[in-house]
Ligand binder design. Structure first.
Ligand SMILES: [Zn+2]
Length: 453
């Protein structure tokens, strides 16, 4: 039994003072406001439930910053994708594991305690499957284990180069699996997840362009439990190609062909008509938003007003990991809406409500639903994931807890993070991961090797 004590904490019912939290085997047993601190408590200034990054491709952390040079003609998602394909041509298992560990460590330091790793890099650089088809999934799990982040492994089915069964290109050969191969991959990934103290698994048909309708039906029918994640409607060209192929827009098509519900997480869902927005909001599916990546790639802006009006669920993901920060994702989410709508404080429903808190609570519950985990609340039965604000090194002159959460999201960013716990275990102390030195040194060696190759 471990006891935590927070001077303030964000509980499901609101802010509370002097909160004692008892934890056993990584799970919260009791939560007691207006308690007294005791010797031996893990004490902190302001306790938040840990947030999930519901969508990540960790290997892309290694190419962060490499897609920022202007090319010939107009640069877009599609030209960025060419840079990404060249980068992953040189990644082997050791590199994948080292980069994943660095990314997971930075997520913990950036205020995330759980991650959905949407993993589509499966084979050797020439496209040959490793002896264990789930080799790289195992490497992702090993990296999660080294860092202590709560992992939801989402092995990806990627079958084809584009809508209507288009042939894959050279850059995609490391992703490709038949349905049969996917069965073996999923089993291997599930074994890797089971070896961790606390991880789960879901399925991830990559997108409507990379998976056939028949395979989508079969993979969903074959997995009756766990999260289902899919990329959808990220790019205008993707929407146009989908209409040319099927006569339907992507979200519309998906709604017609699968039973959308709370197991589904629709990644990006950027380009939707109000009708599609209502369809997603009312289905219980989570809109998996990746605001920093969507801004970096020039994807477009999600229709938040329709989602909020219809009680839709959303969460945030670090996706390309170009910059890893929980408050930064929430801030970009709100700022994109402000720019699009020429208005402020979009996410709170009621006057007098903090925008930081509305964003944070929304992303907590959407993230937990999308990953199928008991996380996202400081209450009995939930995993003891805490982000403790109030770092000694930060000179924020704020003592009111609600104002401090706004300060975290809009001003100080991760500088305000003191300690981070996952399942009751300390992973970040005073802003630094407890294994930072070794993980960062290995990452630097690997990137140097890649640069020299
Ligand atoms: Zn993605």
């Amino acid at each position: 039994m471990t006891r935590f004590f927070f001077q303030s904490a964000l509980l499901p019912g609101g802010w509370a003072r002097n909160v004692a939290v008892r934890v056993e085997n990584g799970t919260i047993i009791t939560v007691e406001p207006d308690a007294k601190a005791a010797t031996g408590d893990f004490a902190g200034f302001l306790g938040l439930p840990g947030l999930a990054s519901l969508h990540s491709h960790t290997f892309q952390r290694g190419m962060a910053g490499l897609g920022e040079v202007r090319g010939q003609g107009e640069d877009s998602f599609w030209s960025w994708r060419q840079v990404m394909y060249r980068f992953l041509g040189v990644l082997g298992p050791d590199e994948v594991e080292a980069i994943a560990a660095q990314a997971f460590m930075e997520m913990l330091e950036g205020g995330f305690t759980a991650v959905g790793e949407f993993h589509y890099l499966h084979h050797a650089p020439d496209g040959t499957p490793y002896d264990d088809v789930g080799e790289l999934s195992g490497r992702i799990a090993a990296a999660a284990d080294q860092t202590g982040i709560g992992l939801t492994l989402l092995p990806v089915l990627y079958q084809q180069g584009g809508f209507g069964g288009a042939a894959p290109n050279q850059g995609q050969k490391r992703f490709l699996n038949s349905l049969d191969q996917y069965g073996s991959l999923f089993e291997s990934a599930a074994r890797a997840a089971q070896r961790l103290p606390d991880a789960n698994i879901g399925i991830a048909p990559h997108s409507l362009r990379a998976v056939s309708p028949q395979a989508l039906t079969e993979i969903v029918a074959g997995h009756s439990r766990g999260p289902i994640h899919i990329h959808i409607a990220e790019q205008v060209r993707e929407v146009e190609d989908c209409i040319a192929w099927s006569g339907r827009r992507p979200v519309e098509w998906l709604g017609d062909h699968v039973a959308l519900d709370r197991r589904w997480c629709l990644i990006h869902a950027t380009h939707m008509t109000p009708h599609e927005g209502r369809l997603v909001a009312r289905s219980g599916a989570v809109a998996g938003l990746c605001p920093l990546t969507e801004a970096n790639l020039g994807d477009g802006i999600f229709d938040a007003p329709t989602m909020l009006k219809n009680g839709g669920a959303f969460g945030v993901g670090t996706d390309s990991n170009v910059q890893i920060t929980a408050p930064g994702e929430l801030r970009q989410l709100e700022y994109s809406q402000r720019l699009a709508l020429k208005a402020r404080n979009i996410f709170p429903r009621d006057a007098g409500t903090s925008t930081g808190e509305a964003l944070y609570r929304g992303a907590l519950s959407g993230g937990a639903r999308a990953l199928g985990r008991k996380i996202g609340g400081i209450e009995p039965g939930q995993r003891a994931d805490f982000v403790v604000l109030g770092r000694e090194a930060c000179d924020a002159p704020i003592h009111d807890p609600a104002a401090m959460l706004d300060y975290y999201v809009f001003v100080a960013d991760k500088l305000l993070i003191a300690d981070v716990y996952v399942a009751g275990a300390l992973r970040v102390r005073q802003g630094h991961h407890i294994a930072r030195e070794a993980i960062a040194a290995r990452y630097r060696r690997v990137l140097q090797r890649l640069k020299d190759s």
